[in-house]
Design a protein around this ligand. Structure first.
Ligand SMILES: [Zn+2]
Length: 297
């Protein structure tokens, strides 16, 4: 019996299905090969050479230091670069991205996952919400690109997790903790918008988990995390396809090796560097999605 059969039986038994309910052709049904939901062969590839040439001639515009268990904001003009950097110790960041001119257009973690997989790296794009669905940013450098997929099925920079938050804390019987990433992002966005937290909160969305190492357990399919392999000096660099607002939380989980949603973990700051350049020659900002929004009516 291989791990897939064990996992299938475990899933059947732990989710309330009696083994007598298993049909005689169960294995044949399980043996059907998978089909990729969204083959990306027809997706125009990002002009990586253009971006790398442009990155080589950038100048440093400024740095935003994000304190541990807090969030910070940075504005990145279209055609410029955002670099998220580990500075003092292993630390995970929860990133929200917006079109700075229209906050309704924001990062769509689920569709990015559907197109590029559960974890992203150089060459992948971060897509925006409906009805825009265009690249907000393209990853051009990833110093953790060497990590790949480890023996546990873990990989770095996921678009699986949502963000740690006080609501789930309550749901699972914990007390209120006000420095979860959701609350940090809410406060930082509220400050940028100059509005109360309750006005900003609905705009906070599922994140890119920068530097976080995650996967799903093979036996129960549960979302897991493990200590991030990030070390000071590591960075993830993005090309801004539109004028961007980046909001980054230094997660209270620190390297997310043990727990989050508390002050227990060792936490470190993160830095957001903005590097500007003349927009690359031949590059134009992506247009919003051309679907006419008639929905058949
Ligand atoms: Zn967090």
């Amino acid at each position: 019996m291989d791990f897939r059969q064990r996992a299938g039986i475990l899933a059947a038994t732990t989710r309330g299905t009696a083994m007598t309910d298993v049909p005689p052709d169960a294995e044949a049904r399980r043996a059907i090969p998978p089909v990729i939901c969204y083959p990306t062969e027809t997706l125009p590839p990002p002009p990586m050479d253009l971006y790398r040439t442009s990155l080589a001639s950038t100048w440093h515009k400024g740095t935003v230091r994000v304190p541990p268990r807090e969030a910070g904001t940075a504005e990145i003009p279209a055609g410029s670069f955002l670099r998220i950097k580990s500075v003092e110790g292993p630390q995970v960041g929860d990133l929200n991205l917006f079109n700075a001119a229209d906050l309704q257009e924001r990062f769509y973690s689920g569709k990015t996952r559907a197109l590029h997989g559960s974890h992203v790296t150089a060459g992948d794009r971060l897509w925006s919400s409906f009805p825009y669905l265009r690249p907000l940013a393209t990853i051009v450098q990833d110093t953790l690109g060497w990590y790949g997929i480890d023996a546990f099925g873990g990989a770095v920079h996921d678009v699986i997790g949502t963000r740690c938050d006080p609501y789930t804390g309550r749901l699972l019987g914990g007390g209120d903790y006000h420095h979860c990433c959701h609350s940090n992002l809410t406060r930082a966005l509220a400050d940028w918008m100059e509005v109360p937290p309750r006005t900003a909160e609905p705009l906070v969305h599922d994140v890119l988990n920068v530097f976080m190492c995650t996967g799903f357990t093979r036996d129960t399919g549960q979302y897991f995390m493990k200590a991030s392999p990030v070390r000071p000096g590591d960075h993830l660099t993005f090309f801004a396809e539109v004028d961007l607002l980046a909001v980054l939380s230094a997660c209270p989980g620190g390297d997310c090796g043990a727990e989050h949603s508390s002050d227990a973990a060792a936490c470190h700051p993160l830095e957001m560097e903005v590097w500007t350049a003349e927009p690359p020659e031949g590059w134009t900002a992506p247009a919003v999605n051309p679907y006419d929004r008639s929905h058949g009516r």
